[in-house]
Design a protein around this ligand. Structure first.
Ligand code: NAP
Length: 302
C-alpha cells in the first residue's frame, strides 16, 4: 500500500514543508491543500505549496488517500470536523501535532470509523506561516508515529514509508510515551526559553538595551526558541499538561539543587553537572541531530 494523493490541511511551516517535500521526493503523488486563512491560501498558491489549493476543507480532501492535519494542536478537532464531508472511507488520517494523546482523542471524536494514525515529525524552526516551509525540513530528522491500539499494520507501514521517503527516520511509540519524551526534549526547553527571555525583558537593574547588546553571552540562543509561534505553544502546554508538569517538577528539583550549590559555593556539584551535559551535546552532534558550528549551521533558514 502506498499513497497517491496527499491532502494537507494547514499550510504553515509544517504543511508547506510537506507539500514541497512531496513535490521533490514523490513527484508522482498528487497534493491538495487548504488553510482556514484566505491570505495563507493565496500565498500557498504563489509558492506552489500544493498542486491545488482548495477554498473549502471538504473539497481539499476529496479523493485523497492520505490526509495530514497541520494545524495547531488546539484546532485539530475543528479542522477534522470540517473535512469530514469530503473524506474517502479508505483514507488514512494523520497529523503533525506536537502532543499526541489529546490529538488522538480529538481526531477519534471528530472522525469516528475512520483510520486515524497520528504522527509527529520532530523537525521545525521558530518560523511559522506559508513562507516558512522548505522541502528539506524532514531530512535526517525523526518522525514519531503513534498508532492507536489495533491500528491496521499496512496503514501504519504506509505512513512510516511516506515519512521515510521525505527523508525522516521513523520510530513507533505510544502517544503517552511520546508526550513524556517530548515534554523533556521540547516542551520544557521552550518553557524555559520563554520564561528567561520574559525575565530579562522585565528586569529593572539591567536595561533591555544592555540585554540585547550583550546577548552573545548565551541569551540570544534562548531568544531563537522563544520566538516560536505563540498559538502553537499555548496549545502544546494546554494539551500536554500532565507530562509537562511531571517533567517540570524534576527540573525545579534540579534547579533548586544548583541554587543550593551556588549559595554554598559547592564547585564540585557544578563541575559534575556541567561535565555530564557537555557529553550530551557531543552525542547530539555525533548522531547528526545538530551542527557543531557556533551558528548551528542554521544561517540558510534564518
Ligand atoms: P503554522 O506555521 O502557524 O501553520 C498552521 C496553519 O494552520 C496556519 O496557517 C493557520 O492559520 C492554519 N489553521 C489554523 N486553524 C485551522 C483550521 N481549523 N483549518 C485549517 N487551517 C487552520 O504552524 P506550524 O508550525 O506549521 O505547526 C502546525 C502543527 O505542527 C502544530 O500542531 C504544531 O504543534 C506541529 N509542529 C510544529 C513544529 C514547529 O517547529 N513549528 C514542529 C513539529 C510539529 P492561522 O494562522 O490563520 O490560524
Amino acid at each position: 500500500m502506498s499513497f497517491s494523493h496527499v491532502a494537507i490541511i494547514g499550510l504553515g511551516l509544517l504543511g508547506g514543508s510537506i507539500g514541497l517535500a512531496v513535490e521533490e521526493h514523490l513527484p508522482d503523488v498528487k497534493t491538495t491543500g487548504y488553510d482556514a486563512d484566505p491570505k495563507v491560501r493565496e500565498r500557498a498558491r504563489q509558492r506552489g505549496l500544493a498542486g491545488t489549493i482548495a477554498d473549502d476543507p471538504a473539497e481539499a480532501v476529496r479523493g485523497a488517500d492520505l490526509v495530514i492535519l497541520c494545524v495547531p494542536v488546539g484546532a485539530m478537532e475543528e479542522a477534522a470536523k470540517a473535512i469530514a464531508p469530503g473524506l474517502d472511507r479508505q483514507a488514512v488520517i494523520s497529523d503533525v501535532g506536537s502532543s499526541k494523546e489529546s490529538v488522538a482523542k480529538s481526531l477519534a471524536k471528530a472522525l469516528p470509523g475512520h483510520t486515524i494514525i497520528p504522527a509527529h515529525p520532530v523537525a521545525g524552526t521558530e518560523q511559522s506561516g506559508p513562507d516558512a516551509g522548505f522541502a528539506s525540513l524532514f531530512q535526517q530528522r525523526w518522525c514519531i508515529v503513534t498508532p492507536p491500539k489495533g491500528a491496521q499494520e499496512d496503514s501504519v507501514a504506509a505512513l512510516a514509508r511516506f515519512w521515510q521517503q521525505l527523508g525522516s527516520t521513523v520510530e513507533v511509540m505510544t502517544p503517552e510515551h511520546h508526550d513524556m519524551v517530548l515534554a523533556v526534549t521540547s516542551h520544557i526547553p521552550h518553557l524555559i526559553a520563554y520564561t528567561i527571555v520574559g525575565t530579562a525583558s522585565d528586569l529593572e537593574k539591567v536595561t533591555r538595551g544592555e540585554v540585547i547588546k550583550y546577548s552573545a553571552g548565551g541569551f540570544r540562543d534562548f531568544t531563537r526558541i522563544a520566538a516560536s509561534d505563540a498559538v502553537m505553544w499555548r496549545d502544546v502546554f494546554l494539551n500536554n499538561r500532565e507530562a509537562v508538569l511531571d517533567m517540570l517538577d524534576s527540573f525545579l528539583d534540579d534547579l533548586e539543587a544548583m541554587r543550593r550549590a551556588i549559595r554554598k559555593g559547592n564547585g564540585e556539584a557544578m563541575l559534575e553537572l556541567f561535565s555530564k551535559t557537555r557529553a550530551i551535546r557531543r552525542s547530539i552532534v555525533e548522531q547528526g541531530q545538530d551542527d557543531a558550528r557556533p551558528d548551528f549551521g542554521r544561517h540558510d533558514h534564518g
